[in-house]
Design a protein around this ligand. Structure first.
Ligand SMILES: Nc1ncnc2c1ncn2[C@@H]1O[C@H](COP(=O)(O)OP(=O)(O)OP(=O)(O)O)[C@@H](O)[C@H]1O
Ligand SMILES: [Mg+2]
Length: 270
């Protein structure tokens, strides 16, 4: 049966899209390494900004760019190198994943619910093992509630600024107040964790848990550079690279501990 997972909160910029993409890739790649098989995954990108879809579109554009053409020639050297690198990586990824295993479906806000209905059909088709939904921050946005009612596992990313805590509290309150949902489990997860401020995080975890009853994942996703400020950022973060000769994923999770979170999520949804 298809399991629907969403990393969601009403607060903007806390890493919903980043974590969603990182967890999905991590899950696919590590299953591939361990078992030579991957689950079928779908990302429903319902975020109005369509961050992940746009990133992938740009990747595809780069993959298709004519390297002998004017457009390529007009890019500066750093970008040209990045385009070459992305093309090589993606050629390998496409041949390996064929994107069948990590499909992205974009819900458009301006089509009278057509793509939203299609997204729900995709969930109900049973074609996928896991569907992640990158939800908009507000449940009030039109059509959001329909998608929301498909979610089985809700993961709330938490930052530690004081407004963020209030916002997490409010959001947990809203979730707990909902009736007739299909949500089986709710978890909070710290994103951008800083070891030096560990005690502060402990305190907030205790407080939030006491007030809302929502438990935290043990893993706290560290503040790391998923993406590099120096090179081109494709949808595949630089932490995931493939050996282009053997088509094996060679360097993984060296700088991020997202893998540990993925493992906890896998256990939770089993
Ligand atoms: N663990 C992390 N360490 C460092 N930077 C992070 C981390 N998680 C997210 N970021 C950065 O924070 C910024 C916001 O992340 P992201 O776009 O994923 O948030 P969001 O919740 O999806 O935002 P929005 O509400 O706009 O959809 C991005 O620049 C992202 O690279
Ligand atoms: Mg986002």
């Amino acid at each position: 049966m298809t399991k629907v997972i969403s990393i969601m909160t009403q607060k903007g910029g806390v890493g919903k899209s980043t974590l969603t993409n990182a967890i999905m890739l991590d899950w696919c790649f590590r299953d591939l390494l361990r078992t030579k098989k991957m689950p079928k995954m779908l990302l429903i990108d319902a975020d109005a900004q369509a961050s992940i879809s746009r990133l992938r579109l740009r990747d595809i554009e780069f993959c298709q760019m004519d390297m002998g053409g004017k457009e390529f020639a007009s890019l500066n050297e750093t970008v040209q190198t990045a385009v070459k690198e992305v093309r090589a990586q993606f050629a390998a990824l496409f041949s390996q994943l064929n994107w069948r295993y990590y499909n992205i479906f974009s819900v458009r806000p301006d089509d009278d619910g057509e793509t939203r209905r299609r997204a729900i059909q995709l969930i109900e088709s049973g074609e996928y093992d896991y569907v992640f939904i990158d939800m908009p921050g507000s449940l009030h946005q039109e059509g959001t509630a329909e998608l929301f009612t498909c979610i089985n596992f809700l993961i709330i990313p938490v930052y530690i600024g004081s407004y963020d805590i209030q916002s997490s509290l409010d959001f947990c309150g809203i979730i707990k107040g909902l009736k007739d949902t299909t949500i089986a489990e709710v978890r909070c997860v710290f994103n951008s964790y800083e070891v030096l401020k560990g005690a502060k995080f402990d305190e907030i975890e205790r407080e939030l848990h006491a007030l809302t009853g929502v438990p935290f994942f043990k893993t706290r996703v560290k503040r790391t550079s998923f993406f590099s400020s120096r090179s081109y950022n494709s949808i595949v973060p630089p932490t995931y690279r493939m050996n282009l000769n053997t088509l094996e994923v060679v360097s993984m999770s060296r700088t991020t501990n997202v893998g540990e979170l993925t493992d906890e999520i896998k256990k939770l949804v089993k």
